[in-house]
Design a protein around this ligand. Sequence first.
Ligand SMILES: [Zn+2]
Length: 388
Amino acid sequence: MPGHSLAQLRSSNLRAITALLGSGGPQSRADLARGSGLSRTTVSSLVTELLANGLVVETEDRGTPYKGGSGRPPLLVALAIRPGGVAGVDIGHGHVRAAVSDRSATILSEVETQTDEDPHGNATLDIAADLLRRAATAADVPVSDLLTVGLCVPGPIDRRSARVDHAVLPGWHELAPADELSRRVGVRVVVDNDANLGAMAEHQHGAGRGVADLLYVKLASGVGAGLVLGGRLHRGTVGLAGEVGHILARDGGDVCRCGSRGCLETEVSTRRLLELLRPVYGDDLDLPGLLQLDSDGETAVRRVLTDAGHTAGRVLAGVCTTLNPARVVVGGSLGSSPTLVAAIRESVDRYAHPEAAASCEVVSGKFGGRAELMGSVALAISRAAELA
Ligand SMILES: [Zn+2]
């Protein structure tokens, strides 16, 4: 019956709109039309129905001005979720952070602790559960009132098993981190890797806002990328998309924790850069010190950062030619170095397809080393909204 199939089409279109809002965060009606391939008129009518049913809200946050537009930027549409907080937990190589936020991603509390480099998975998850309780107390939101927790781990998650790739994180062998943390705190937990969540944070709230095709690169103690393609995070068949830290950067280079040799990560990680600078600045040089020397214009530091940027940029040039992103957002603790970002730009210009290079901006991330935590919160909000 034609009436029946029309109703089916409408409900599948409604689901397409809520799915886009879940994966891409708050967007204008025009963005939704582009993302769904539906006409502006159809999208407007669908949004009106979703507004009437209380499934979406219009947000006060007006985002960035429209390119070339002269009028006021449009109101954004966001998924509505029931009252209550959400939380994000970011596990890195050497730190654990937790934040509790309200439903509009306003952070209510944030706590952090340093850990030994990659302690065992179970020990790290104990620390994470403890921090999460502390963040909830500080935000005055009982843990049991949290709708969802977004969890970031510093390695690829196998989408088939929801387990961590143990080659990259040995102490996590056979652990399913979301289930483990959920068991400890009694709240639903969703997990993703650091670069994907950094990409999500910068895409929804930061330097990649409004960009449909975005390459987010995390340069820190680990190196990885998150890909936003057509407005959605692209994770790949088993969750390995964006593992640029393990692309060959030097033949016969150092052995990498993934088991390969000469991976990009072995050439440009923070540990590598500090090692290179040790003969001049000694063992006490740490990352904040390195970044300070960079902004002071210290020659040796700038050389090391420039070389690292050129090396990373060569690998990224290949990715730019393959995916033709409109913007590369450089995040992680090294992403705030203008020297490094400028060198990446030079290499992308030198090695990418000329048109791919010309159509691509290279910028620093807005959130630096906090992007993963912000992304964990964004993931929790989108999941809480989908399940509302
Ligand atoms: Zn590797």
